[in-house]
Design a protein around this ligand. Sequence first.
Ligand SMILES: Nc1nc2c(ncn2[C@@H]2O[C@H](COP(=O)(O)OP(=O)(O)OP(=O)(O)O)[C@@H](O)[C@H]2O)c(=O)[nH]1
Ligand SMILES: [Mg+2]
Length: 322
Amino acid sequence: MLAESSLDSEENKLFQELIIGSKELEKFSLAKAISLLEREDSPAKRARLFPMLAAMGLSESKGYTIGITGTPGAGKSSLIGEICKHFLSVDSNQSLAIVAIDPSSNVSGGSILGDRTRVILPRRENRVYFRSQASQLELGGVNPYTYHVIRYLRHFFDYVLVETVGIGQNEIEVSLLTDYSFLVMQPLGGDQVQFMKSGIMEVPDAFIINKCDEEGLANSSYHLLLSTLEFLKDVLPNQKLPPVFKTSVVKKLGIAEVWNFVASKPQRKDSQKEIIYQLEKWVRNEYGRYGVRIFKSMLAEENNTNLSYENLEMMFLHKIGN
Ligand SMILES: Nc1nc2c(ncn2[C@@H]2O[C@H](COP(=O)(O)OP(=O)(O)OP(=O)(O)O)[C@@H](O)[C@H]2O)c(=O)[nH]1
Ligand SMILES: [Mg+2]
């Protein structure tokens, strides 16, 4: 018993150090804390780490999170690279973290990730932090730990950008993971048809048509997308047309517009809904339909509307007898 508690206090000390380092946006501490959250045995550690963040006066609501999704090769990483450069040149007091879910990392077995992305960042710049995460799916689905990694980062960074490859279902996933989500498309049609078919055009909060290197092509793509969205207006949230941006990484066009829009922090999603969604997903994976039934009845019978992820998780584990 004694040995256990001394182990615990050792670990608490480590957590505290990692949090202090993370607060300084120090890359080593951030990386170490994230690795901890990505480990299979992390629920118990997480249940101690997150309350410690709150006890040290840090709040999850500091960071604004943005999802960037879209088909492979649409230019998401290149765009994020440009956004970073722009960000560093304009927002001198703010910080930005990028989490890229890298589909190719399966091949590398989770070792050196992110070599496929083209985000080249100044090494000594602490205001920008880049983290690549292995995907669970061949085509780049969100990792089960992504949510917690984002939650951790948003205690320290003003903005957290999340890049995932869109293959239909992923847009829904990333839109529930972030405050605001963009779908990046290539000009002229192909992508739009694909997204319309998969019925997810109504999921992203805004659209970016990238590779608008040439004005004529940019405008025709823009109008094509607008008329597609107009056609779908009835199923769009609030029957309102979402913002559409045109960018070219090659010509450096539209980047400032996208960033200014992000920096205006368009309305956040309901974070409690996000917590319930993420927890239910975890419960389904771990305990199947039986677990989900217990989880739902737990939510219905008690007034749990404002509880944190960890509190709800603990309550569920208690109910299910773990
Ligand atoms: N012409 C043109 N090419 C671009 C533009 N943006 C990106 N590209 C190119 O498109 C290719 C794919 O870019 P990435 O940034 O890797 O695309 P991605 O969407 O991150 O790709 P995945 O992560 O593999 O899904 C690269 O060869 C880029 O140089 C652009 O605005 N114009
Ligand atoms: Mg990429």
